[in-house]
Design a protein. Structure first.
Lengths: 383, 291, 312
């Protein structure tokens, strides 16, 4: 008995004496549900690696509130039903203090009812506006919503004097949502959609749809609302094959090296909105996002010997928001953490600077999206 | 108008050739064993993925393609030896699930070794579009069509002129009779799997420059290949080819003239209708069943 | 299956289901159990069609999805009470199954497989594209199941409901199998021509079994939608159809309890394999292939035969 309590005294003393960063006591548990395999596995896999890296770095620097952070990640295999199951597993079996995740919107949306019911802060990484509109008490999100992306594109078009566009959208959730948002916002920017077609994300031939769009009169630009994967490259290659010459816009999902690698020369001149952290070298030195973005890429490359993916930024931000919330709340009490997250103010993340409120659980503004263009095989900042 | 139709036809035929090659793979194995090999799509993916891996590692294109075909052939042989032969005599549904299991194994193996990214092979003769009657096609499409024709001709020669080919044909007509005249149906089965593997790889390699590839590309290909084979009458070589081309063209026309999001649905509805009125498929032989 | 062994198996099922809550499971464990029960009922229906009547169906998730989306759309867009929506969806699904059964049942083997596959794919394409009704690819929320002023919520309550349904389904199915109708089904599987010669109206039986299995799938689809509270087209997709078929074959075709075992294994296995992360697909494939090579009739029939041999 005496030995036991002596040991309990000696260990923390030894840590202090050794000066080592020694986080002990109940660990803080972070749980995440990501689609590491399945159709969007190429998004979820770097997300998992990012989370593991950032949690490790956090622990190496002393942990959170002096406590170790333990991360548990489950793979929902791109199936929202599994996401729902794993949310329960994380909260009930693994006793996590905060939930992260949803590589794409359907798994994220599937986790919402449970998070609300169980009263667990959930910082999601899905793109759908429905996650935070209407605002739900326990749910927050980090990526820009599809509406912001659509509006940013339309704004750039307006500034270039474009008034009529052809619209090509994917039949995936992201594409369908984008189509809805483009239609809703087009009039605001004085733009009319003169024709539209859609294609499947795994289609290997989009020339029929492009043939129909080619026949349209008066289109001055083409907006291809595609998701990530092979879809943007397939679309742009077929576009070039058809000899179409209108300026092309794509959403932020196309901003990754794979697009340029697979699309080749056809990608020249395509414009996309993106977060600053995707093109950190191009940011001015005074930009608060520059340093964290460069650090993100550098540390990922060092740890995994691979180029970091922009999609990892969403989870990095989610983790940062959760950590910041717990830190400010001073405990892992769920209600306190939730309140702390809701009052996040000016947190410099990779996607932008987050300022949340009772009515805004995303915290980003459309201004934090920049426009890049593909020039000479690289993404260059336009504005 | 005409140029639009031409465009739809060109794309449809290119995609259709890919389906036709897949369907031929199904026909080969079905003929030798009455097994529907749901891992056929993965053979195609395997060829494409290994070829891109070799190219990215620095091999020249011809070497990469040869290695990829060899690997797929080995995979076919491996599948027959390790998964099909031990299950000889098992009910057909069991064999069906076994092929699904092997499909998962191949997919999982590629995922673990080559990752989850998307890859592409360089086009064999460049990307500059060819203009024909107001429609455009990429040079690779011509490669696809040309090599498909070559493959079909070679297969016809093999089945018609070589002993092993004729043995395979005999086995497909009547297994028992073939065994009685001394044909090793065991070896025929092995050959059919090896051939299907190779065929899949060829199909994968020639279309990878157009369609890209990834570890899960086999699912859709396997599905469409099976659809084409069933449409044409599974077990019929010409049926597989016609079924494949028809499926590709129907999809393309449906996307262009009817409704792009529903193009697959249109194709499948037509397949359903064909099956309802011609239960054996377009070219399926009228089989008499002994009861 | 003898009368005694059937009752023994049913008894074992009841004991397992009643004992489960005594182990103090958490929400997650209940969740798995509920999913197994839902899948098992669908698979029992599919097994009647597949294992006993010999009609292969690669599109069964379409019926599951029709029930799920039917309930979801009727409750969300038309404000119907959930039970009414469930019944209406089941009726509609049954009617659809009846209409397509006749022409389809004339097909054999892989042509039937292709036809059912097509149906499944057409259904999931429609679910994916009709955004206004179904929310499209991103899915739609589904309200909880309430009836007579009382809401079913919480995992233990759902476990009770699905457990009871599973027991009833297993009991009814094993009764059916031992009845004249059941023997007719098995005769059809053995040889359709011989069955017809013996005077069995094969078309009528096949249609009935098809409709029955479709209705079962529809009801369970509706329940799953209410349980998860969220529905996406993946529920009716090809992967789900293939999973159902795997459950039938792995557990044992022509075995009611094989259906339960198959559903349990295929639902549980991914949970265990998760620890292996990217190796999961490969391992799942290896396990499945090996299982089918060594237990070719499926797990339950193989074990039963081994047990019978050892007793002899």
């Amino acid at each position: 008995m005496f030995h036991h309590s002596l040991r309990q005294l000696v260990l923390p003393l030894a840590c202090l004496i050794a000066g080592a960063a020694c986080a002990q006591g109940e660990p803080i548990r972070v749980g995440a549900v990501l689609s590491v395999t399945g159709p969007v596995g190429f998004i979820g896999d770097p997300q998992q690696k990012t989370l593991e890296l950032h949690v490790k770095r956090l622990n190496d620097q002393g942990g959170l509130l002096g406590r170790k952070v333990v991360l548990t990640v489950y793979d929902d295999q791109s199936d929202p039903n599994n996401a729902n199951t794993f949310a329960k597993r994380l909260v009930e079996s693994d006793k996590v203090d905060v939930l992260l995740g949803g590589t794409v919107s359907p798994p994220a949306l599937a986790m919402v009812p449970y998070a609300e019911r169980a009263g667990v802060p959930f910082v999601s990484t899905g793109g759908s506006l429905a996650l935070v509109d209407p605002v739900k008490k326990w749910v927050f999100k980090t990526p820009h919503s599809d509406r912001m992306v659509a509006e940013r594109i339309l704004q750039d078009m307006k500034e270039r004097g474009i008034q009529q566009i052809a619209l090509l959208t994917e039949t995936s959730g992201f594409g369908q949502s984008g189509k809805k948002e483009v239609h809703a916002a087009a009039a605001k920017f004085g733009i009319t959609v003169v024709g539209e077609e859609s294609y499947g994300p795994k289609d290997t031939d989009i020339t029929p749809q492009l043939t129909r769009l080619r026949g349209l009169q008066g289109a001055q630009a083409m907006l291809i609302f595609c998701g990530a994967g092979t879809s943007p490259a397939m679309a742009i290659k077929n576009y070039a094959q058809m000899g179409l010459k209108l300026p092309v816009y794509m959403p932020h999902a196309a901003v990754n090296q794979e697009f340029i690698k697979l699309g080749g020369a056809a990608t020249e001149g395509v414009r996309m909105p993106t977060t600053g952290f995707v093109v950190p070298e191009a940011l001015p030195a005074s930009d608060p996002q520059k340093a964290p973005s460069l650090d993100y890429y550098r540390s990922y490359k060092e740890a995994y010997k691979q180029d970091a993916s922009p999609f990892g930024g969403n989870v990095a931000d989610a983790l940062a928001i959760a950590v910041d919330g717990i830190r400010r709340a001073g405990s892992t009490d769920r209600a306190k953490v939730r309140d702390a997250i809701e009052s996040t103010n000016g947190l410099v993340g990779l996607n932008g600077i987050f300022t949340m409120s009772g009515t805004d659980h995303n915290g980003l503004k459309p201004e934090s999206l920049r426009i890049v263009e593909v020039r000479s095989g690289r993404f260059e900042l336009v504005k | 108008m005409i140029s639009e139709l031409l465009q739809f036809l060109f794309s449809g035929l290119t995609v259709g050739a890919m389906y036709a090659l897949a369907a031929l793979g199904y026909a080969l194995i079905y003929n030798a064993s009455h097994i529907v090999n749901f891992a056929q799509g993965e053979f195609i993916m395997l060829g494409a993925m290994t070829a891109t891996a070799f190219v990215e590692a620095g091999c020249g294109l011809p070497l990469a393609i040869s290695l990829a075909i060899a690997i797929s052939v080995l995979a076919g042989i491996g599948m027959e030896r390790l998964a099909i032969r031990p299950a000889r005599g098992a009910p057909l549904v069991t064999l069906l699930i076994i092929t699904l299991g092997v499909a998962l194994v191949i997919r999982g193996a590629v995922q673990v070794t080559l990752g989850k990214g998307n890859h592409m092979l360089p086009a064999f003769s460049g990307d500059a579009p060819i203009h024909l009657g107001g429609a455009t096609m990429v040079p690779q499409s011509l490669w696809v069509l040309g090599i498909s024709v070559l493959v079909v001709v070679l297969l016809a020669w093999y089945f018609g002129r070589t002993v092993s080919g004729k043995a395979m044909l005999a086995t497909s007509h009547n297994r028992l009779a073939a065994e009685l005249v001394g044909i090793s149906t065991q070896r025929v089965l092995l050959a059919s799997f090896a051939l299907s593997g190779g065929l899949g790889a060829i199909g994968g390699v020639i279309t990878a420059p157009i369609t890209f590839t990834s570890y899960d590309a086999g699912v859709v290909l396997g599905l469409k290949g099976f659809a084409a084979a069933a449409l044409g009458g599974i077990g019929s070589g010409p049926g597989a080819i016609v079924g494949g081309l028809l499926l590709g063209v129907i999809e393309s026309l449906a996307a262009g003239y009817v409704s792009a999001p529903y193009k697959d649905a249109v194709a499948f509805i037509l397949i359903l209708l064909v099956l309802m009125f011609m239960p054996r498929g377009l070219f399926g032989a009228k089989v008499t069943e002994r009861v | 299956m003898t009368y005694r062994s059937r009752h023994a198996a049913l008894g074992l099922l009841a004991v397992v289901m009643l004992a489960f809550p005594l182990f103090g499971p958490d929400s997650f464990a209940y969740d798995i159990a509920i999913r197994i029960a839902i899948n098992a009922v669908v698979v029992i229906g599919l097994n009647l069609l597949f294992g006993y009547a010999g009609q292969i169906s690669l599109g069964h998730a379409a019926f599951f999805g029709l029930g799920a989306y039917g309930s979801a759309i009727l409750t969300v867009h038309a404000g119907w009470p959930p039970l009414l929506a469930l019944a209406a969806s089941a009726a509609a699904t049954g009617a659809l199954a009846f209409v397509i059964a006749r022409p389809i049942m004339r097909l054999a083997g892989h042509h039937l497989a292709m036809a059912t596959l097509s149906l499944g794919l057409i259904a999931s394409i429609v679910f994916n594209n009709e955004m206004r009704w179904t929310g499209g690819s991103d899915g739609m929320s589904v309200p909880p199941l309430d009836a007579f002023g009382w809401t079913l919520s919480g995992e233990p309550a759902w476990y009770a409901l699905t457990g009871v349904l599973l027991f009833l389904a297993a009991w009814a199915a094993s009764n059916l199998v031992d009845s004249p109708a059941g023997r007719a089904l098995q005769a059809i599987r053995g040889s359709e021509v011989a069955a017809r010669v013996a005077g069995i109206d094969t078309a009528r039986f096949k249609t009935r079994v098809f409709v029955l299995s479709a209705i079962l799938a529809s009801v369970m689809g509706s329940l799953m939608a209410h349980y998860v509270g969220f529905l996406t087209p993946a529920a009716a997709g090809l992967t789900r159809s293939i999973e159902f078929v795997m459950m039938v074959v792995l557990g044992g075709t022509a075995s009611v309890f094989g259906s339960v075992v198959g559903a349990g294994l295929i639902t549980l296995l991914p949970q265990f394999l998760h620890a292996f992360e990217s190796w999961e697909t490969l391992l799942l494939g290896l396990i499945l292939t090996a299982a089918m090579i060594f237990m070719r009739a499926g797990i339950v029939p193989t074990l039963r035969a081994a047990f019978a041999r050892s007793k002899a």
